[in-house]
Design a protein around this ligand. Structure first.
Ligand code: PLP
Length: 478
C-alpha cells in the first residue's frame, strides 16, 4: 500500500506542522473532536508536502498507488477520485463530448451523467429501459436497441452504459460495447455499484473485461474506502490528456489524503480477500431463498433474469419485494428501522435493497429474517392490508426534448409550484434519490405522468433534492 506507507513515514518523522490543514495534525483541533476521532486521523490528514506527491500530476506515492490499482483492476491507467464516481463520470463527459455532439445513454442513467452533459453541452440520445412491473424493477437497454440507435446516428458519439443498476442488475454489456466499438465510439461504463465484480466469476463481468474504454467505480459504495472515494479506470494509456485536464476541473486541488489512502487500502483488501466476496455471493443466494420462505415476501434470484434486458445480477445485492404484504418498500424500510434497528440501502414503491459486504454475517441474517418475518405477520394481521399497486418510476415515457440540458440550465428561469409546471420546459434535473435516476431532465417538457409520479413518490415517503422547496425550476416563458 504505497500511499498508506508514505503517509505513515511522514507521521513517523514528526515534522513541525507549519502548513495546511488548519488543525495542525491535531494540535489545533478541538480537544473533544480530536479525542473522538483519535490522533492518527489528524496526523494522517496531510497535504501536498515533500514526499507526499500531488494528485494533479502524480509522480510518487500517489502514482504508485494508482498503478497498483490499475494492475489489480486490469486497467492501463487508474485515477483516484475524491469527489465520488460523479467526478469520473463528469470528467469523461467533459473530455469525450462537446457542445452539439451526441451522448447515447439509457434513460435510467444516474443524474451525474446528465450533469456531465450539462457541463459539456452535448445532446443526449436516450434509450428506453423497460421495467418488470410485477417485481417493480427497472431493467436495461438491449444490445439490439443500441445497435439500431448507433446505426442511425449521423455523427460521432460517446456511449454511456450503466452496469449494474442500483438493484444489482446487469444487461448485455459485452454485446453493447462491441456495438459501440463497431462504430469506433468510446464507451464509459458507470460501474458505481460494481467495484467488486472482478473478485469472483459469481459476479457480473467487470466493465473493463467487457471492453469498456472507461469504468467509473464507486469504491466507497462496496469496497469499504471512505465515502466520496472512487476510481476511474481507463482501458488505454494513450489519449488521456483530456481526462487529466477534466479531472483538474471537477476535483479539488486539496484532495483528502485520508480518502486517497482509503482507496489504496480498499484495493489491497479486495486483492487479499477475494474469497470473502466469493463466500458473500454464496451467502447472498442462500439468504434470498430464506427470505423468500417468508409468506408475502420475495427476494428474487433467478427471477431477476426475467426483468427486461437483464442477463446477470449481483448476488450480494438483495432486493426484497414486499408488494404482496400490501405495504410499500418505504413502509417496510421504516418498520425495520423502527422495530428492529435495521437500516437498508434504499426503498421504493415495492422493494427494499440491501447491500452485503465481503462478510457472511449469520447473526445479521438472523436479525433480518426474524425482523422480516415479524413484519410480514404484522401486515397479515392488520385488516388494512390490501393490495396496492403503484407504478414503477422508470417506465415513464421519454419526455420531449425542447432544448439541450445545457441550454436549459443557462436559460433565464423561474421557480413555479408543481401544480403549474405542466407543459413547461424544465431547467433542472429532478431525480428521486436514491436511486438518483432523473424523471425529468433540463430542456424537457414536463408531462402529466411525471407530475403524477412525483406526487405518488412524495405521498409514499420518497424524496428528491429540491422537494422541500415545493417549486420546480423552469425555463422562463416556456
Ligand atoms: C448508478 C450510479 N452512478 C453514479 C453515482 C454517483 O456516485 P457517487 O455518489 O460516488 O458520486 C451513483 C450514486 O448513487 C449511482 O447510483
Amino acid at each position: 500500500m504505497p500511499l498508506l506507507a508514505g503517509l505513515l513515514k511522514n507521521v513517523a518523522e514528526e515534522y513541525l506542522s507549519c502548513h495546511t490543514p488548519g488543525h495542525k495534525q491535531g494540535q489545533a483541533a478541538l480537544a473533544e473532536w480530536r479525542q473522538l476521532l483519535g490522533d492518527q486521523v489528524f496526523q494522517m490528514d496531510l497535504t501536498e508536502l515533500p514526499g507526499l506527491d500531488n494528485l494533479q500530476d502524480p509522480q510518487g506515492i500517489i502514482k504508485k498507488a494508482q498503478e497498483s490499482a490499475a494492475d489489480y483492476f486490469g486497467a492501463k491507467e487508474t485515477f483516484f477520485l475524491v469527489n465520488g464516481t460523479t467526478a469520473g463520470i463528469l470528467a469523461v463527459l467533459l473530455a469525450k463530448s462537446r457542445p452539439g455532439s451526441k451522448v447515447v445513454l439509457p434513460r435510467t442513467s444516474h443524474q451525474a451523467v446528465i450533469h456531465g452533459i450539462i457541463l459539456s453541452g452535448a445532446q443526449p440520445v436516450y434509450l428506453p429501459v423497460r421495467s418488470h412491473m410485477g417485481l417493480g424493477l427497472p431493467g436495461h437497454i438491449t444490445a439490439k436497441d443500441l445497435k439500431t440507435c448507433l446505426a442511425a446516428l449521423d455523427q460521432d458519439a460517446l456511449v454511456v452504459l450503466l452496469h449494474p443498476n442500483y438493484y444489482g442488475l446487469a444487461g448485455e454489456l459485452r454485446q453493447q460495447v462491441l456495438a459501440a466499438n463497431h462504430h469506433n465510439y468510446a464507451v464509459l461504463v458507470d460501474e458505481a455499484h460494481g467495484a467488486h465484480f472482478g473478485t469472483s466469476t459469481r459476479f457480473p463481468l467487470p466493465a473493463l473485461q467487457a471492453g469498456a474504454d472507461f469504468a467509473a467505480q464507486g469504491a466507497h459504495k462496496v469496497l469499504g474506502s471512505f465515502t466520496q472515494s472512487a476510481f476511474l479506470h481507463c482501458q488505454r494509456k494513450n489519449g488521456l490528456e483530456g481526462i487529466r485536464a477534466a479531472l483538474r476541473i471537477v476535483q479539488s486541488s486539496s484532495p483528502s489524503y485520508l480518502l486517497m489512502a482509503s482507496l489504496d487500502v480498499a484495493r489491497c483488501q479486495c486483492q487479499l480477500e477475494e474469497e470473502g466476496w466469493e463466500a458473500a455471493a454464496q451467502f447472498g443466494e442462500k439468504l434470498r431463498l430464506e427470505i423468500s420462505r417468508i409468506s408475502g415476501i420475495l427476494a428474487p434470484g433467478e427471477e431477476l433474469l426475467e426483468v427486461p434486458g437483464v442477463v446477470e445480477y449481483d448476488p450480494t445485492r438483495i432486493v426484497i419485494n414486499v408488494r404482496e404484504l400490501g405495504i410499500t418498500g418505504f413502509e417496510a424500510a421504516e418498520w425495520l428501522r423502527r422495530e428492529r434497528k435495521v437500516l437498508v440501502e434504499m426503498a421504493d414503491f415495492q422493494n427494499l435493497v440491501l447491500i452485503l459486504g465481503p462478510v457472511s454475517d449469520e447473526k445479521a441474517a438472523e436479525v433480518l429474517l426474524e425482523g422480516l418475518g415479524s413484519m410480514a405477520a404484522d401486515c397479515t394481521t392488520r385488516s388494512s392490508a390490501g393490495r396496492r399497486f403503484l407504478p414503477d418510476p422508470l417506465q415513464l415515457d421519454i419526455p420531449q426534448q425542447v432544448i439541450t440540458p445545457r441550454e436549459a440550465f443557462f436559460a433565464p428561469h423561474s421557480l413555479v409550484p408543481w401544480e403549474s409546471a405542466l407543459g413547461k420546459t424544465a431547467a433542472e434535473v429532478v431525480a428521486p434519490y436514491p436511486p438518483g435516476v432523473p424523471v425529468i431532465c433540463p430542456g424537457e417538457r414536463i408531462q402529466e405522468e411525471v407530475l403524477e409520479f412525483l406526487q405518488k413518490w412524495d405521498a409514499a415517503g420518497g424524496i428528491w433534492p429540491g422537494k422541500s422547496r415545493g417549486l420546480i425550476k423552469i425555463v422562463a416563458g416556456s
